[in-house]
Design a protein around this ligand. Structure first.
Ligand code: NAP
Length: 279
């Protein structure tokens, strides 16, 4: 029994899988807790945060509030400070912000027995998710190349990671010849762009010809569960990791922070996959 209320705050929020995933955990563990969705625009955030501080135990934050929420918090965890964005808030004497996206990604690799230390990794995209992943993978002592449609975005992210963590990380362009040569020498490819997400399920960020058998390919897009990139990679004989793994593990990490419990990760994954398959 915990008698606590949790939720996810974003805009839009209708399609969030978090309420189904977290409520399945509360039911399974017989915890008297509930998890709701809050569709809030930027100007509603400040007032609602005052209310949440009184009534709730914790919230997840999603697009577009992961950065703007910070001004309503008393403190940040080391990861949230490093990444500069928050996806988990715990209310208590102090309101503390955390970021579990990067650790969620690392745990998704661990579940698939992929060791990261020393690996050469290409990340496509330099947006919000790529930031969290980039900082976390730098802490795992990998060597990274980051490539975004807007080159300046990759350059900025790379120099920030280098400055804060003294990591081996490089910016690269999306030029086809350049990428083909680069991928030849990569161990891992991560798609951190929205390309391939429902309804654009026939799109992929990388030409199939660039994929090679010994590459581990992770797509952080989780709707559909198997994107075109992952289908192409599987056909080429690559090891593939769906974005469901990162999503479930970022949620599991939030539950550890809020309740100190060891969450039933397999149940969380089953719940998410079932909902996605029905959509
Ligand atoms: P975001 O902040 O918009 O970042 C996406 C970045 O990718 C943008 O900088 C975008 O550039 C860039 N991009 C677009 N097309 C590209 C291309 N062809 N090559 C290289 N870069 C390209 O979005 P986000 O929050 O990082 O989310 C990205 C995706 O990850 C979404 O589909 C989201 O649902 C998913 N996600 C999954 C998880 C999970 O737990 N599995 C967690 C977070 C996010 P422009 O801005 O110029 O378009």
């Amino acid at each position: 029994m915990c008698g606590k209320t949790f939720g996810v705050v974003g805009h839009p929020i209708k399609h969030s899988l978090s309420p189904r995933m977290h409520n399945a955990v509360f039911k399974k563990l017989k915890l008297d807790c509930e998890y709701k969705a809050f569709d809030l625009e930027a100007e509603e955030l400040e007032g609602k945060m005052r209310e949440f501080k009184r009534n709730m135990a914790g919230i997840n934050i999603t697009i577009p509030h992961k950065v703007s929420i910070i001004k309503y918090l008393d403190a940040l965890s080391e990861d949230a400070e490093l990444i500069g964005a928050v996806n988990t808030v715990k209310f208590g004497k102090k309101t503390v912000g955390y970021n579990t996206d990067g650790i969620g990604c690392v745990k998704a690799f661990e579940e698939e027995c992929v060791k990261l230390k020393g690996k050469r990794i290409l990340i496509l995209g330099a947006g919000g998710a790529a930031r969290a992943i980039g900082f976390q993978l730098a802490k795992e002592k990998t060597e990274m190349w980051i490539s975004d449609k807007i080159v300046q975005k990759s350059v900025d992210l790379v120099s920030e990671i280098k400055r804060k963590l003294n990591a081996k990380v490089h910016a690269t362009t999306l030029d086809e010849k350049m990428l083909t040569g680069l991928i030849e020498n990569m161990d891992v490819l991560i798609n951190a762009t929205p390309i391939g997400m429902t309804p654009n399920v026939d799109e992929t960020p990388i030409d199939t010809r660039m994929l090679k058998k010994r590459l581990v390919v992770m797509d952080i897009v989780y709707n559909p569960v198997e994107t075109k990139l992952l289908k192409d990679a599987r056909k080429k004989g690559c090891k593939t990791i769906s974005g469901v793994g990162m999503f479930v593990n970022q949620g599991a990490e939030s539950l550890r922070i809020w309740l100190g419990i060891e969450p039933p990760v397999d149940l969380m994954r089953k719940t998410v996959v079932e909902v996605l398959k029905k959509r």
